[in-house]
Ligand binder design. Structure first.
Ligand code: FES
Ligand code: FES
Length: 172
């Protein structure tokens, strides 16, 4: 076992974890953060995307021990005092989901995208969410939601970097 200290959705945790434990399994099984979902076993779908020090990361592709001394934000940590985050609201208002399985990861990837580029073009949006697969929507309403969120003044997040971790990008 390895001791890690990690802040998840604003709460500090000190936990002993197996060195091989994936971050997604630590979040879901040890912390009960089941809003972060697993959609594949090939690191392809992006459903498990969270923010690690503000950067989107596929939590199935990094180990929990790699999150030691970081701040992790999951979909469950985005809203404040019961108010949806602007990106969550934009997805809701633009009907940017059907089954919703991709949505937590899609929203987290969008938060990172808009933190880096507050006014992305359609092509930049496509590039920004290319690591996240949606099997239902055809993406049009997702792109509309990202554009709507970009128009909202507070669609930003902690943007500190975690350069040693794998990001949620990648060709699909
Ligand atoms: Fe599919 Fe992580 S569960 S990329
Ligand atoms: Fe079903 Fe995206 S809404 S996978």
């Amino acid at each position: 076992m390895t001791r890690i200290s990690v802040t998840v959705d604003g709460v500090a945790y000190d936990d002993d974890v197996e060195p091989r434990l994936l971050l997604v399994h630590y979040l879901r099984e040890q912390l009960g953060k089941v809003g972060t979902v697993v959609g594949c076993d090939t690191s392809n779908c992006g459903a498990c995307t969270v923010l690690v020090d503000g950067k989107s990361v596929k939590s199935c592709s990094v180990l929990a021990v790699q999150a030691d001394e970081t701040k992790v934000t999951t979909i469950e940590g985005l809203s404040t005092d019961g108010d949806l985050h602007p990106v969550q609201r934009a997805f809701h208002e633009n009907h940017a989901l059907q089954c919703g399985y991709c949505t937590p990861g899609m929203i987290m990837a969008t938060v990172d995208l808009l933190a880096e580029n507050s006014d992305p073009s359609v092509e930049e949006i496509k590039d920004g969410i290319e690591g996240n697969l949606c099997r239902c929507t055809g993406y049009q309403n997702i792109i509309k939601a990202v554009q709507a969120a970009a128009g909202s003044s507070s669609a930003s997040s902690d943007s500190a970097s975690a350069p040693s971790l794998t990001t949620a990008g990648g060709a699909q």
